[in-house]
Write a protein that binds this ligand. Structure first.
Ligand SMILES: Cc1cc2nc3c(=O)[nH]c(=O)nc-3n(C[C@H](O)[C@H](O)[C@H](O)COP(=O)(O)OP(=O)(O)OC[C@H]3O[C@@H](n4cnc5c(N)ncnc54)[C@H](O)[C@@H]3O)c2cc1C
Length: 397
């Protein structure tokens, strides 16, 4: 039997795509496969759980368009399906006067993106977050928190109810053409399909190559390490506290996140991982290391960001340095409050000239849609990204 669509990758983006496709056309034959035994095993299951509001992204970008509306869709989905979710609001805090122009720029961007955002002076900040130190802050009431792994499990449950063929523990190893069909070669046999969607996250460039496409950007894995605080110190923060991000870098900086279970997480940093799923320094892949050394784009990148990279690596290795970064926001935090927590690895696309791709990146041809860059806020925006991919597939039918 030939499927209408096969989706490679059962993270939140792949599952949301299947959900949008089955909503669009309930009799479609859809398969979702993932190499892991459970859904959302990689980025989707290792993140901050923040429903972003759309504050940071350049107006007109896909991130800006999808984060704002996608966040609202995510709140509705969680509420409708009994998944814990809270619209906690967040503060972005300038800790020194020289950060004020960047804070003002963020406010301008947020307003241009239709995000509700207001300024807080020191007293206003203290009222919301009594232990956080800053000279001025932005308050964004529509940011919130959920558990994207729970969202993925619910999506998989809904897909199973609608008759979608779900295949965990099934890895795509190759692709061949048979007339107008695609034949996906997996470690559990062949899957025939007319169209396919690549939502393989950290492996999306490799899957694009299996499909015969030369991806315009390659995935560079960046590990994000977290500390969790002891339960005695979690009340130091009420909701979500962010520093003013470095505009040259696509990550948000070490922040303080009151997770949906009430725990307080500090992080993530951003260190180059030594394998695609390099959750620890010890997880090293020789082929990835060789790529790091030989890829011309990565060499340009290393030259450009060596100072930031060195600081991040030092913070990763030395807890006191990580603590020092966190204490600029939260001076009452102490080393003995912090316990290492599970890390996540971000799939960040880099072009051959060494540019970190800032926006979502999707390329398509007659048979394939490849999602080649879906970093944060893609979990927030996943339900809308899924609808966008479903619309792309429909437009070529
Ligand atoms: C540390 C960290 C913090 C973050 N914080 C936030 C946040 O607070 N808010 C937010 O909105 N976003 C956040 N993000 C980003 C968010 O997690 C991702 O954008 C989102 O999860 C991407 O989902 P995905 O489905 O594209 O990828 P993934 O969840 O990585 O899924 C890809 C799937 O493809 C599968 N796969 C790969 N290759 C194959 C193959 N050959 N065959 C079969 N299956 C394959 C993998 O097993 C994996 O399950 C964060 C990310 C990280 C790492």
């Amino acid at each position: 039997m030939t499927n209408d669509v096969a989706i490679i990758g059962g993270g939140i983006v792949g599952l949301a795509t299947a959900h949008a496709l089955i909503e669009q056309q309930p009799d479609r034959r859809i398969t979702v496969l993932d190499k892991e035994r459970h859904w959302g095993a990689h980025q989707t299951g290792h993140n901050s759980g923040v429903i972003h509001s759309g504050l940071y992204y350049p107006p007109g970008s896909a991130k800006a368009r999808f984060a704002r509306a996608g966040g609202e869709a995510m709140y509705r989905f969680c509420t409708d399906h009994g998944i814990p979710v809270r619209r906690t609001g967040k503060v972005v805090v300038a800790t020194s006067i020289d950060q004020l122009p960047r804070l003002a720029e963020l406010q301008r961007r947020g307003t241009a993106n239709g995000v509700q955002v207001s300024e807080l002076d020191q007293i206003g900040l203290r009222e919301r977050e009594p232990h956080v130190r800053g000279v001025r802050a932005l308050h964004v009431p529509d940011a919130g928190i959920t558990d994207f792994a729970a969202v993925s499990e619910k999506l998989a449950e809904l897909l199973a109810e609608r008759g979608v063929d779900l295949r965990p523990a099934t890895e795509l190893l190759g692709v061949r053409r048979d007339g107008s069909d695609l034949v996906l070669l997996t470690d559990r046999g062949e899957i025939r399909t007319r169209r396919a969607v690549n939502c393989a996250g950290l492996h999306s460039d490799a899957v694009a190559e299996l499909a015969g496409t030369t991806p315009p950007a390659r995935v560079l894995p960046f590990r994000g390490e977290y500390y969790e605080t002891t339960s005695f110190s979690r009340d130091l923060v009420n909701s979500l506290v962010y520093p003013v991000p470095d505009p040259a870098f696509p990550f948000l900086g070490v922040h303080l996140t009151r997770m949906i279970d009430g725990s307080l997480h500090v992080g993530p940093n951003a260190v180059p991982a030594l394998s695609r799923e390099g959750y620890r320094w010890g997880a090293i892949s020789p082929s990835h290391l060789q790529r790091l050394v030989t890829d011309p784009g990565l060499r340009v990148l290393a030259k450009k960001y060596w100072r930031t990279g060195a600081t991040e690596i030092a913070r990763s290795a030395l807890k006191p340095l990580f603590l020092r970064a966190a204490r600029t926001l939260l001076p009452d935090l102490r080393g003995h409050h912090l316990l290492r927590a599970e890390a996540g690895v971000r799939a960040q696309a880099v072009t051959p000239d060494g540019t970190l791709v800032d926006d979502f990146l999707v390329v398509e041809d007659e048979n394939w849609v490849h999602v080649l860059n879906a970093p944060s806020p893609a979990a927030t925006a996943s339900l809308l990204i899924g609808k966008d991919i479903a619309a792309r597939l429909r437009s070529r039918e």
